[in-house]
Every structure is written in structure tokens, then in C-alpha cells.
Design a protein around this ligand. Structure first.
Ligand code: HPA
Ligand code: ZN
Length: 326
């Protein structure tokens, strides 16, 4: 339709994307076969039939199972390249991608194998069509802070390849304050800081991420609507929220897209951005997220442009690069 055609012409960012969440069903199956890994699914149809989630944890169970088929450099190259080709197609000129080494480590995958595949794809995309990419070292909050600190240390050798650290996985019961030492260590190393907060967890987790971790940006953050003081603080500071509409509906954060509060946040002056989170699992990449908001909430062109501009503002691009798009 016209909105979709118009949207495709506008350069966009994506700031909240778990690379493992872009693993398509056909690739999951082919890599399982390649490495002789048993999966409880025999066809693309069977994998996709499992994309029925009742909450974050029910999704994470499938997400980590899917990611367990990634083993060698070629696998990581293709995973990254598949997503970067979508960026080219959807006019996502700058993306910041979360990669999660703790997911692969139990399968004997070294940091250097993973990084070799990822950086080969990134270098190619930068060279071939000028793709701009930042990598975020995303740590898993269901594991210990000690495990995250060891991963941060393992990343020292690749420090220049990352713009930021992040915090993902099961939120409830794993509050930001569990990771105060991790964030201090990352800050000392010069990383920018993001963390998932206020997806399933309460508004207080957003406060913790801001005050105890001193994050530059909040992933999700939609539970801020429960706390007017927090809303005012986010509006005043313009600390960005990377909101993921299709994810929120699939993981039952909102019952229906029509219930989503993204436009209220935009209206109140918060720096909200639109992102896809785990596009292979949630029924769409970035453009499909905008399109779903257009259909369900009447997201119009000027609101769309405001959200896209927020994406550049919220990015970790240099001020000079931001100016090219703002
Ligand atoms: N929330 C927390 N952890 C995640 C998500 C999410 O939406 N997607 C992948 N890991
Ligand atoms: Zn996420």
C-alpha cells in the first residue's frame, strides 16, 4: 500500500534487535541438519507453529533452542548477513545489533569464532552498500553477574568492535541492581550502556537501570506508563526507549496492537523509537512494525517521521553522522 511504499523511501535506524531473534526457521532447520543436532521440529511449518507465546519465558525457551544450532564461523556469518540484507531492503541505514556470546559458550563456541563470522559480514555490508552497524554486547540476566563479568573480560580483545553493552533475557526476578558491578566495569572500559527494563518488569526496574546502572537508553521501557514521575523524567532527559510493538503483542505485554501506548509516549515528549526485537519469531521486521502501528493505531506520516528522527537521536552514531539524517 501507499504507507508501505512511502516508508521504504525513508532512511531508518534499528536499535533493538537480537541477532539470534533474526534466525529464520529454514536456517534453523538447515543448521541443525548440518551439525547433526536434534530439534523437535521437522519442517518450517512445524517451527513456525511453535511461535505461540504466553509470556517472555515461553519465547526465550524456543529462542535459546533455536540459537543452539549456531556453531561455526560460517553460521555466524550467514546469520549476520541475512539480517544486514534486510537492512538494505528496508532502508535501515544504521542498525545497532545485540549479540549474546553466553548463549553459544555452552556449545563450545569461542568468542573469536563468533566474532570472525559477524565481522566478516559487517565489513562486507559496510563495503558493498555503506551499511552502518554498531554491535552491542548483550549479557544474559538469568545468569550470574560473575558470568557476565567474565564475558565482558573475554570481549576486551574485541573492545573496538562494540559500541555498548546491554542486558537481556528473563527480566522478572533479575532486576538491574543485580548488575551494578558489571555496568561500572563496562563504563570504565568506555562502553555506552543500555538495558532491557520495564517490558515484563515494573517501572521500578526502569528507575534502577537509570540510577544504579546509569544507562544511556532503555530497551522496551513501556511499563513507565505506571509511574507519572518516571514519565516526566524520561520526557525531560530524553533518555530513549527502544519500543518493539509486534514483540509486545506476541509476548502479551499488550493484549492487542490497538492497546499499545507508543503514541501516548510520543505525545508526552518521550524519545520513543520503533524496533523489531526478534523479527523471525514475532511476525515482522522493522517495516512490518511501523505498518502494524499504522493499521491498528492510525500511525500517520508525521508521527512516523518523528519516531524515525528519534531513532537517529537515540543512536550511538557520532553527532556529525546524526546531523546527516536529523
Ligand atoms: N526481552 C528480554 N530478552 C530478550 C528479548 C526480549 O524481548 N528478546 C530476546 N531476548
Ligand atoms: Zn529485546
Amino acid at each position: 500500500d501507499q504507507y508501505a511504499e512511502w516508508l521504504a523511501t525513508i532512511p531508518k535506524t534499528e536499535l533493538h534487535l537480537h541477532l539470534d531473534g533474526s534466525l529464520q526457521a529454514h536456517r534453523m532447520l538447515s543448521l541443525a541438519a548440518k551439525h547433526g543436532i536434534g530439534l523437535p521440529y521437522a519442517s518450517v511449518g512445524e517451527v513456525e507453529a511453535a511461535y505461540q507465546f504466553k509470556n517472555l519465558q515461553s519465547f526465550l525457551d524456543l529462542y535459546y533452542l533455536g540459537a543452539s544450532v549456531l556453531r561455526d564461523e560460517e553460521d555466524f556469518y550467514h546469520l549476520m548477513m541475512d539480517y544486514l540484507l534486510v537492512c538494505r531492503e528496508q532502508n535501515i541505514v544504521h542498525c545497532e545489533i545485540m549479540i549474546e556470546p553466553q548463549t553459544y559458550a555452552p556449545n563450545g563456541v569461542s568468542f573469536s569464532t563468533m566474532m570472525a563470522g559477524f565481522t566478516r559480514a559487517v565489513d562486507e555490508a559496510e563495503h558493498d552498500w555503506g551499511q552502518s552497524v554498531g554491535l552491542i554486547l548483550s549479557l544474559l540476566r538469568h545468569l550470574s553477574e560473575e558470568d557476565a563479568l567474565q564475558t565482558l573480560t573475554a570481549a576486551d580483545e574485541f573492545r573496538d568492535q562494540f559500541v555498548a553493552i546491554g542486558l537481556a533475557s528473563a527480566e522478572l526476578g533479575n532486576p538491574p541492581e543485580k548488575f551494578v558491578r558489571l555496568y561500572a566495569a563496562a563504563r570504565e572500559r568506555g562502553y555506552r550502556l543500555v538495558a532491557h527494563a520495564g517490558e515484563e518488569g515494573p517501572a521500578d526496574y526502569i528507575w534502577q537501570a537509570l540510577k544504579r546502572l546509569q544507562v544511556d537508553r532503555i530497551d522496551h521501557g513501556v511499563r513507565c506508563v505506571d509511574d507519572p514521575e518516571l514519565m516526566a523524567h524520561l520526557a525531560e532527559t530524553r533518555i530513549p526507549l527502544t519500543v518493539c510493538p509486534l514483540s509486545n503483542v506476541r509476548l502479551r505485554v499488550f493484549e492487542r496492537m490497538a492497546d499499545h501506548t507508543l503514541l501516548q509516549l510520543l505525545e508526552k515528549g518521550l524519545c520513543v523509537t520503533v524496533n523489531s526485537d526478534d523479527p523471525a519469531y514475532f511476525g515482522g521486521y522493522l517495516s512490518e512494525n511501523y505498518h502494524a502501528m499504522h493499521v491498528a493505531l492510525g500511525l500517520d506520516r508525521s508521527q512516523t517521521l518523528a519516531l524515525i528522527r528519534n531513532g537517529f537521536e537515540a543512536s550511538f552514531l557520532s553527532d556529525q553522522k546524526k546531523q546527516m539524517y536529523l
